[in-house]
Design a protein around this ligand. Structure first.
Ligand code: C2E
Ligand code: CA
Ligand code: CA
Length: 402
């Protein structure tokens, strides 16, 4: 990865129908040193241009009031086609982006960086692009590494992808009772890749079943190790929708946990709310079988998809994980708090446990505890660590004074 992601290296496209506004934005980008600037006067032209780009643009600066194709429809196409990494909206006023636009984008992994009110200024543009550059540096960096199916296969053969673990603590008493399994690819060249950088590739190379099984085997192995020292933790494993494609999936997972003398009820399987939207009959069938065998089933990133009540009630889930975009900072933001309260209410009615993810601050922990949420996961408690550091991490954690 190439360390500092400076603004000047970003690829930015301006999508704006007013000639004057468009030229202004391009000039400001040039002033900020952005070398690669693209422009389009409407959504259709932008999509055509995007489909021809060899390198995915980092940021699209989109006028929300585009004619012809409404701005939101354009963003939907960009998100669904994974045509850019992030968008900045240009709006009449400075304000928080519409939640509907954020949800739409986020459920497809597109980042919404914010709204810039017109007139656009160098300062506003710089602030939002610098935030993005910082985000890229600290998060995944999505380095443009070429990863071939052969590389993925050898990574699996050599077990280069390992399970890391992040704790979940009971809000009522602070006790760590579970860990989520998070995949890390530690390549021989010393670079560690985040799941977003390789899981989509494993899915399209039809290798995701192998990885998921390796994660489950490693998690079971470590779970046994921790138990030997008296530390009993449930494990939560992330599943991809692709893992539910084959009828025998439930039997395979059951066999793996049994081989490690672990009960399925000690294992929770997480599926993102967004992935559940395209629910095929087959996937639902496998989920039902997993549930019958005793596995817990969790709806991940809850609040970012569009589950209807009917859908929730009919699926065999046991747990909700409230997405971190609602959790982080909730104590200071009434709207986020309202979403959490509504989710807790829903979970109570459907008899589901609730995990709040992305708990980073003490006041968020306290608020969640007061609201009666069951479990918290997030950097406040600990970041993900390798299996051999879990016991130490659990011992180090002290819950905040309430
Ligand atoms: P996720 O299931 O929502 O996992 C939580 C992600 O949030 C993890 O990122 C974790 O490191 C991060 N996180 C935890 N606490 C905090 C916090 O307090 N603040 C912030 N800002 N972030 C926090 P990670 O490990 O990069 O995983 C990203 C996603 O990749 C996961 O999101 C999950 O959807 C997917 N993933 C990870 N491992 C696997 C896997 O084995 N199989 C599949 N299919 N997907 C996986
Ligand atoms: Ca998860
Ligand atoms: Ca999540």
């Amino acid at each position: 990865m190439d360390g500092d992601m400076a603004i000047s290296h970003l690829i930015v496209m301006v999508v704006e129908d007013h000639g004057f506004q468009r030229r202004l934005a391009l000039r400001l980008l040039a002033e900020l040193g952005v070398q690669q600037r693209l422009e389009a006067a409407d959504g259709a032209a932008a999509l055509a241009l995007l489909s021809r780009q060899a390198l995915m643009p980092d940021v699209l600066l989109v006028d929300l009031d585009l004619p012809d194709m409404a701005g939101i429809e354009f963003i939907r196409r960009v998100a669904e086609g994974k045509l850019a990494r992030a968008v900045v909206l240009a709006c009449a006023l400075d304000r928080e982006p519409l939640q509907s636009v954020q949800n739409l984008a986020r459920s497809h992994g597109l980042r919404v960086l914010g709204c810039i009110g017109k007139p656009m200024t160098v300062g506003k543009l710089q602030a939002v692009l610098e935030d993005y550059a910082a985000l890229i540096d600290e998060a995944d960096g999505d380095p443009p590494i070429e990863i071939s199916p052969a590389m993925l296969r050898s990574a699996l053969d050599d077990e280069e992808i390992s399970a890391w673990f992040q704790p979940q603590a009971t809000l009522a008493n602070g006790q760590v009772v579970a860990v989520e399994v998070l995949a890390r690819w530690q390549r021989p060249d010393g670079v560690t890749l985040r799941p977003q950088q390789f899981i989509p590739l494993l899915e399209s190379a039809a290798l995701i079943d192998r990885m998921t099984e390796q994660m489950l085997v490693q998690a079971c192995h470590w779970k046994r190790q921790w138990a030997l020292s008296g530390l009993h933790l449930k494990v939560s494993l992330n599943l991809s929708m692709h893992n539910l494609g084959q009828f025998d999936a439930a039997d395979r997972y059951q066999r793996i946990v049994r081989e490690h003398r672990i009960e399925p009820r000690e294992v929770v399987l997480e599926l993102t709310e967004a992935s559940l939207m395209g629910d095929s009959a087959n996937a639902l069938n496998v989920l039902a079988r997993l549930r019958l065998k005793g596995f817990g089933l969790s709806i991940d990133d809850f609040g970012t998809g569009y589950s209807s009540l009917a859908q929730l009630a009919q699926n065999p889930f046991t747990e909700l994980k409230i997405d971190r975009s609602f959790v982080s900072g909730a104590a200071q933001q009434p709207r986020r708090r309202a979403v959490i309260e509504a989710s807790l209410e829903l979970a109570r009615k459907l008899n589901l446990g609730v995990v709040a993810e992305g708990v980073e601050q003490v006041d968020d922990w306290q608020m969640l505890a007061e609201l009666g949420c069951n479990y918290a996961q997030g950097y406040l408690i600990a970041r993900p660590v390798p299996g051999d550091q879990v016991a130490e991490m659990v011992a180090r954690w002290r819950r905040p004074e309430c």
